[in-house]
Design a protein around this ligand. Structure first.
Ligand code: S3P
Length: 173
């Protein structure tokens, strides 16, 4: 039974946080971020977790937080770029409500993510990052709704999400 959350997925720099926060305000819903849940559970920043314990450990924390999301209903949830990209994760997210993929062109995503900083996955070589993006696309593509964000501002992206949610009858708008 879908639990009426709106779950935002996409690569680093896709605008999941900024669009999710605005979407939540517009819909009068609570906004949560899986990365914030990890940080408040663990007590360390994400770069610290990566540096001290490695990526596998971070992915384990991500899995634990995903289980916690099962308690949520009616929220807007922004996930980390890698959250949906393991077997079974997209299925789990789809059970929470409507999953929205914010799709963008890789150079734009990287420029935005680099500007914001604090992303250990971007310390890799450019060809590794490109391979990561290609490997992740099939996971994101399993979202209920895809929004092409190229050339759009935050307001426009949120407008398109709201319109798509109306169509899927998933939002109380
Ligand atoms: C990651 C993305 C980050 C964060 C962590 C790992 C990834 O979230 O979860 O640094 O593997 O793509 P954003 O997508 O919000 O940057």
């Amino acid at each position: 039974m879908p639990r009426d959350n709106v779950v935002i997925v996409g690569f680093m720099g896709a605008g999941k946080s900024v669009c999710g926060r605005l979407l939540a305000r517009r819909l009068g819903r609570c906004f949560v971020e899986t990365d914030d849940m990890i940080v408040s559970r663990d007590g360390r920043s994400i770069p610290e977790i990566f540096r001290q314990d490695g990526e596998d450990s971070f992915r384990r924390l991500e899995g634990e937080v995903l289980e916690e999301l099962a308690l949520k209903s009616g929220d807007v949830i922004a996930t980390g770029g890698g959250t949906p990209c393991r077997d079974g994760r997209m299925e789990a997210l789809r059970e929470l409500g409507t999953v929205v993929w914010l799709r963008g062109a890789l150079p734009d995503l990287l420029a935005r993510a680099r500007r914001l900083g604090g992303r250990p996955m971007l310390e890799r070589a450019p060809e590794e990052i490109e391979a990561l993006y290609r490997a992740r696309e099939p996971y994101y593509a399993r979202a209920h709704v895809t929004i092409d964000t190229a050339g759009l501002g935050v307001d426009q992206v949120v407008g398109r999400i709201v319109a798509a949610l109306r169509q899927t009858h998933a939002a109380r708008v």
